[in-house]
Design a protein around this ligand. Sequence first.
Ligand SMILES: [Mg+2]
Length: 339
Amino acid sequence: MMKLDELGEFGFINTLAPAFEHLAAEGMTGIGDDCAILPMNDHEDLLVTTDLLIEDVHFLREAISPLQLGHKALAVSLSDIAGMGGSPIASFMSIAIPLELDVAYLDEVMDGYRTLSEEYQLPLLGGDTTKSMKAIAINVCVLGKCHKDKVRLRSMALPGDVICVTGCLGDSAGGLQLLLDEIPLNNEHKGLLEKHHQPEPRVKEALFLSSFEGVHAMMDISDGIASDLSHILNASGVSAKVCLEDIPLSDELKSISQKNKWDALGLALGGGEDYELLFTVQKDKLTAVQQEFEERFETPLYPIGGIEEGATEIRWMKESREVRMSNKGFTHFESPDVL
Ligand SMILES: [Mg+2]
């Protein structure tokens, strides 16, 4: 009997897609992108995504504040809507609650959830509540919409495209590492912890990018760029070259990594939970998209490499020479799980 940790999370998911494919009506796309796509009307598609957060697997109750937990539960699904270039229209939340939990704690979780909902004028339209023996579990489903010709899929990358990300990578993984290593926390650690506990989904940025001609494949960075970029390559049937010097690392991550002898680049490539956007753009449109993005959002875009023809694998470059990478990004069932 094969155990789940041998099969891997993606191995399990890959068995599901073919088993249900024949049940999907025309125009429906399911497993394999950030969201499922269902035709809504002549012009727009409906996007659906769902995410599950489990205590002690995805978060530690003593490390994350209830406000942050409510925020994060919604933010990770909003990030998937962003990954497709969509705008959110409603959310549903199901929560399993240990009976000994204070009502005040729950109120704060919902405050965090509501504050982020207000930001996007996003109604909570339903869900379920149930008791749990010990752990808190929160499942959030977000519906979104997207103009049919603006939907950005993982399969849209083309040879010649430049690969870009919308922000520094690895901060969230650095925040997690602080908790795992039980490092006494101080003010200097605030940024990394906040990025881990309270990620800001790039919904507005994604709407801008998806309206920009020349932006091709897009997704959000949830598992680490090594793993996430592989999804784009597999879906598009292309190869990629990534320059390690161009991976954006925050000063904070660099200095804290140096102090604690962490591999900052490893955290950036394999850590995950950055919830930045990863996208590819036609080379002759790069400068224009960079300029307009920076004017609008007061933060730069970071080109990190290029899409090429060839086998669906990432070639890592350092000082113009190819190097080997052992860190392939984490998958939930294979590695000691993130908290
Ligand atoms: Mg995603």
